[in-house]
Design a protein around this ligand. Structure first.
Ligand code: URA
Length: 191
């Protein structure tokens, strides 16, 4: 099996998942999208209404900003990276995913990491960053740093940054997220 078909097999299992309560109200399981061999991976918190409707991550307003930053700061299109979330189903009313939902969904992310084997992971916002770094420290303190992140069969440099929705709410965060994207690109190029 090739990289893509391995990932497709995991996605097919996720499509049937009923391990947590988020399965009840979902329209789609939003597994992830992009290059199955991507060196760069983005991890957000969970699908919103647009993503739940379309079955794809980051396709609403936050996604448009993500696409723009990818292009402007990294010279990349979304097809060349891999984009996913810590939970694959939409939390109702866009609340943060609960610890037990994140825990039930974690094996999917672990398997995605093990197959894609990214060299750089950008976490978008608090839930993704706190989950992956196993920390309670908030994103405002953590951004601007980078961390070694081990996953089954490999390791990456993890770059925490704001969630694009936090940038849409507060434009003061725009230069900071831009700087974090540039830093992630430089780490990628330096390896
Ligand atoms: N916010 C997220 O964290 N993920 C998405 O896929 C969309 C919005």
């Amino acid at each position: 099996m090739g990289e893509a078909s391995d990932l497709s097999a995991i996605a097919a299992v996720a499509q049937e998942c009923t391990k947590c309560g988020l399965a009840e109200a979902r329209n789609s399981v939003v597994f992830g999208v992009g290059n199955p061999r991507a060196a760069l991976m983005f991890v957000g918190e969970g699908p919103g209404a647009d993503e739940d409707a379309q079955g794809l991550p980051f396709v609403g307003r936050s996604g448009k900003l993500l696409d723009r930053l990818l292009k402007e700061e990294m010279g990349l299109e979304r097809e060349s990276v891999y984009i996913t979330n810590v939970v694959k189903c939409r939390p109702p009313e866009n609340r943060d995913p609960k610890p037990e939902e994140i825990a039930e969904c974690a094996p999917y992310l672990q398997q995605q990491l093990a197959h894609i084997r990214p060299r750089v992971i950008v976490t978008l916002g608090n839930p993704a960053t706190k989950t992956m770094l196993q920390t309670t420290t908030g994103i405002t303190k953590l951004r601007g740093s980078s961390h070694t992140f081990n996953y089954p069969g490999g390791s990456a440099t993890l770059v925490p940054t704001f969630h694009p929705s936090a940038v849409l709410r507060n434009q003061m965060n725009l230069p900071l997220i831009r700087a974090d994207f540039v830093a992630a690109k430089q780490i990628l190029l330096s390896q």
